[in-house]
Design a protein around this ligand. Structure first.
Ligand code: HEC
Ligand code: HEC
Length: 448
């Protein structure tokens, strides 16, 4: 089965370079996804106690010094910084910090407020709410599998989890600590922390080690055991015929694979590159914003300032430009992982698309026209049936530990899409077929 499929998707290496693809991971992480009776705090996230309990159920103790199931040790080591080897003490410290609201200026927000265990490790909001009822301009990505990304944030401005973890604590619209010293002061008196930092890093508490510990904790959040993975590994019954048709479209007519590579050897679904796919173009004048950004950055180009502008102001829409200052990067954002995509709505850097049906509609229309639109984005002329197939495929990318939540989200999104989606404009069907589609689709592209 895999052989046949590998031939069809061309670039896929039969030998698993990235993962031991033959391993079908055991479904050990049973999670009873909570329903409406979840106790919530003021910002809508499940309470830390509730999240901690849900987390313990989701991830029973594992040996964190070993690679996650299915990973080649050599490959895995590349994801672990040399100064932050995985140890149980570091992970335990990171876990405590992740749920600790004292790290925010008014004691109301922790990482887990916006990356909530019960909500796919995001907040399922268009854009996030931080201290004092402030909303940022960006959608919170899930931290599930974030370890497998090459850069952090939608614009890639942070290189590692360890570095990333320090930013939201100091961001004025997120956790709002004025500086590192104040952040450390909030927990320095805690004897348990003193002990845990000592055990984890063998020195006095400091802000860098705080970032490292949270990073170590997040490296345990590898959830890649999806029905689709099992399908790729040879279990042909793992996904429906509809989803299989969606997978063919993903590789062919819909051209998703160009930026979301998925194969047995690399099943993550991100090229780790930055593209303008016409999301921010909806409401922004890039040139004007760029002039404003450059003026501000001339005064202060610190990483803290950059974080502040990217998350909290309209300059957010400049995307990768804010990092490279290259005009070609106007409105370009990093291709996200699409693993567990079923449970992390709404979508895109600004959370502007409510369902996966809306996402496919966006691509089907060829994105929003703008001079910086990626060349790979063109009208697709997908039929309603094909749109459903693509969506069905995307709902097979969620780890089986979240199967219930995934099903609930599918039902919810389907109902929402039935109600909210505009009537389709069938005049879209003017698109040309590209040469590579025939190669990928074989005889299947006769429906054009
Ligand atoms: C107020 C909500 C909020 C809080 C609190 C928060 N985050 Fe986030 N997080 C976000 C948003 C929004 C983004 C995207 C920002 C961007 O790309 O510019 C993000 C991005 C991330 C990413 C990058 C993921 C990716 O795909 O690139 C990681 C990892 C992450 N957060 C972890 C954390 C950790 C660890 C903490 C606690 C120290 C934390 N977050 C606190 C909202 C929040
Ligand atoms: C030219 C590269 C490119 C192509 C082709 C492409 N994508 Fe994307 N995809 C991206 C980028 C970049 C983003 C983030 C854009 C943003 O937020 O502004 C994204 C975002 C998404 C998201 C939202 C993820 C999230 O966490 O919010 C989904 C789902 C998605 N793409 C699915 C698809 C599907 C399905 C196709 C094929 C119909 C496709 N993509 C084609 C680059 C691409």
């Amino acid at each position: 089965m895999c052989r046949m499929r590998c031939v069809r998707i061309g670039p896929c290496l039969a030998v698993a370079v990235f993962f031991l693809s033959a391993v079908v991971l055991p479904a050990v992480r049973g999670a009873d996804e909570p329903g409406g009776d979840v106790p919530r705090d003021d910002l809508g996230a499940a309470t830390p106690e509730y999240q901690q309990a849900a987390f313990s159920k989701l991830m029973p103790d594992a040996d964190v010094t070993k690679p996650p199931a299915g990973f080649d040790p050599v490959i895995w080591n590349a994801f672990v910084p040399q100064d932050n080897a995985m140890t149980p003490d570091r992970v335990a410290l990171g876990r405590k910090l992740y749920f600790d609201k004292r790290l925010s200026d008014d004691g109301t927000v922790s990482c887990a407020t916006c990356h909530d265990v019960t909500r796919g490790f995001t907040d399922q909001l268009p854009t996030s709410e931080g201290i004092g009822g402030q909303f940022g301009k960006r959608n919170a990505p899930t931290v599930l599998n974030a370890v497998l990304l090459q850069t952090m944030f939608w614009d890639g401005r942070s290189p590692t989890l360890d570095h990333q973890a320090m930013q939201p604590i100091l961001n004025p619209v997120e956790m709002g600590m004025p500086d590192e010293e104040t952040a450390m002061k909030a927990i320095r008196g805690d004897a348990e922390y003193q002990e845990m930092f000592k055990k984890a890093y063998g020195r006095e508490m400091n802000f860098q080690d705080l970032g490292r510990a949270i990073g170590a904790f997040e490296r345990t959040l590898v959830f890649v055991d999806s029905p689709f993975r099992r399908f790729l590994a040879g279990d042909t019954a793992a996904i429906s015929a509809e989803a299989q048709a969606g997978w063919d479209l993903f590789n062919g007519k819909a051209r998703c694979v160009a930026c979301h590579p998925m194969s047995p050897s690399n099943p993550l679904g991100s090229d780790n590159r930055f593209h303008n796919i016409g999301v921010s173009a909806r409401h922004q004048n890039f040139e004007e914003l760029a002039a404003e950004a450059l003026t501000i950055l001339k005064e202060d180009s610190s990483e803290q300032k950059l974080d502040e502008l990217a998350v909290g102001t309209d300059l957010s829409e400049l995307g990768r430009f804010m990092v490279t200052r290259n005009r070609a990067d106007f409105g370009a954002f990093r291709t996200p992982l699409i693993l567990n995509i079923g449970i992390t709505a709404p979508y895109m850097h600004d959370g502007s698309l409510a369902t996966l049906w809306d996402v496919v509609d966006h691509y089907n229309a060829g994105g929003e026209a703008n001079p910086f639109l990626d060349g790979g984005i063109e009208p697709l002329a997908l039929t309603e049936e094909e749109i459903d197939q693509l969506v069905a495929f995307m709902f097979t990318l969620t780890d089986v530990a979240f199967a219930d939540e995934n099903q609930q989200q599918f039902d919810r999104q389907k109902a929402l899409a039935a109600k909210e989606r505009p009537e389709r404009d069938e005049a879209l069907a003017t698109r040309k077929t590209l040469p590579f589609e025939d190669r990928v689709m074989g005889t299947k592209s006769t429906d054009q």
